[in-house]
Design a protein around this ligand. Sequence first.
Ligand code: HEC
Ligand code: HEC
Ligand code: HEC
Ligand code: HEC
Ligand code: HEC
Ligand code: HEC
Length: 435
Amino acid sequence: MAICPSLAIVLFSTTAMAQDDASAGEPAAAQASGADAAKGKELFNANCAACHKLYKKAVGPALNGVSEKYDREWLYKWINNSAALIASGDPQAVALYNEWGQQNMNAFPGLSTQDIDNILAYTDTPKPEKAAGAVAGAQQGGAVTGGDNSMTNNIILAALAIVLLLLVVLLVVVNKTLKRFAEANGIQTEIVDEEELDRKPIWKAFVENQFLVLVTSIVLLFASLYFVYGAMMSVGVDQGYAPVQPIHYSHRIHAGTNQIDCKYCHSSARESKHSGIPSLNVCMNCHKSIAEVSEETYQEGMNEYGIDYNKEIQKLYKATGWNPDEMKYAGEGEPVRWVRIHNLPDLAYFNHAQHVTAGKIECQTCHGPVEEMEVMYQYSPLTMGWCINCHRETNVDLKGNGYYEQIHKELSEKRGGRQLTIADLGGLECGKCHY
Ligand code: HEC
Ligand code: HEC
Ligand code: HEC
Ligand code: HEC
Ligand code: HEC
Ligand code: HEC
């Protein structure tokens, strides 16, 4: 009956954790003045985010706490039309303008004072504490708990624990009543002692039964053969290989959430043998202006993957020598050495263009759900059997492949008009894949 107390502990701790999670998070509510920080956030993102960040300078100053720096009336004027305020000779405005290298801020005559109050309520939200409980340096896969997901998990766990507990109680009750019944009917429920003394130990009985010994040996033999064979066949097969990369680069965020086309980065997949890893210039097309991820993305990274995404972007800047404060390339760069994941042995020949362009196969058929991968891994085994199976099973697309059309038609007639597979085209010939 030792299970009962421990179950109770599990039950208690999971519900307690669920409560902890619920009370954490959620930034402070809107300011008292009736201003709406949520509306302000929308306005800020639409109008100001191109030049301002909350906690860090960008094109313009960081705006967190700006409402305390200036008089509110002044802020209305400044935000509605800063150029006019500067032109009017307002000393504060002129000083600010000069301090920021005489850059011009857009005028926003369309924003009402209520709108501006909302924006200021948003810019006044204090910087959230960095992810409580996130273990810095815990690399990928180190599922750090917290956030919505683990909360629902905890609830499910708690529910399961309750069900288990009920089952245990039920069993005990049933057991007791059955015993009582048995006793009432004069049936003995405990094992009688003399019988037990007479009985042979099980292992002795087993050794004396030659048939049983034979069967067991055969089963064991096959089992071990199976494992040895499996181990031997997997030599050189790196399915699932997911090395830690010098920069934590998430396909989930880029190809998934932000829907960047694979070929934007792996552009050579279309016309050459290799697909290639993009150069850092390609990254900087976007990352000159994306120095930090959004607050939600940041929290998700800390809570679910234990990764500080902003630090990872800093690594990109370090590698390219980009200085985000001055917005220009300053330092010396250093190349990023991505760890290669997919790699066929030299004896085999594989061509991306042939499969992607001529064969019209989706990247995901071979590389799996890349747009969901936080960390890239090898999805397919890349064995010869894997190549051959697909060549046997895939029908040649007889339409829309002009170049081959004539050959395909003749071949198809030769085979009595049935669907052609890649194997019929010569996809099983050793020389096609081996040099
Ligand atoms: C095109 C870029 C740009 C946009 C868009 C922009 N600003 Fe600015 N902002 C600046 C610059 C640059 C400065 C520094 C003063 C200067 O050079 O004019 C500044 C300064 C400010 C200041 C003074 C900050 C301080 O700490 O002294 C406030 C407040 C401000 N902006 C609010 C806003 C708000 C609110 C919005 C959106 C409705 C906005 N800005 C949109 C560029 C911009
Ligand atoms: C914004 C640029 C970018 C986009 C878009 C992108 N990738 Fe990548 N990809 C990379 C970088 C950088 C690496 C190397 C780092 C890594 O392995 O995570 C990589 C690695 C890979 C690898 C492993 C290469 C190896 O070492 O064997 C595969 C496979 C891959 N990407 C497939 C895809 C597919 C499929 C898509 C579209 C769904 C895609 N990528 C979209 C940048 C990108
Ligand atoms: C087409 C635009 C674009 C390109 C190209 C691009 N990124 Fe990003 N990157 C983004 C966006 C958008 C985010 C996420 C911003 C957010 O969610 O707040 C991001 C986030 C990141 C992050 C933080 C999240 C993570 O993946 O760990 C890193 C690091 C990063 N990018 C590195 C790279 C590298 C390295 C390359 C080049 C191989 C690259 N990016 C190319 C748009 C781009
Ligand atoms: C028919 C299966 C198949 C398809 C479809 C496919 N790949 Fe590959 N990919 C491979 C194999 C096999 C390798 C290993 C090649 C090697 O080692 O020579 C590989 C390697 C890679 C690499 C590592 C660098 C290189 O070229 O060796 C990247 C990046 C990559 N693929 C991206 C893509 C992208 C992006 C697409 C879609 C446009 C795609 N792949 C479609 C099978 C495929
Ligand atoms: C998902 C299915 C698939 C997989 C996996 C696959 N292939 Fe293919 N392969 C094709 C298709 C479809 C074509 C035909 C393309 C065309 O129309 O030219 C093709 C064509 C080829 C050809 C040209 C054959 C010819 O007669 O012209 C070679 C060589 C080849 N593949 C090598 C490989 C190798 C090596 C691998 C494994 C590393 C592999 N393929 C894995 C589908 C696949
Ligand atoms: C569709 C492409 C394809 C065809 C056709 C093909 N192979 Fe392979 N073969 C491969 C690939 C890819 C590998 C590497 C697999 C690996 O590393 O596990 C390989 C590996 C091998 C190896 C093992 C080498 C080693 O080091 O393990 C031998 C031997 C071999 N092939 C012989 C043949 C012979 C003989 C034929 C013709 C009957 C043939 N192959 C046809 C793709 C092909």
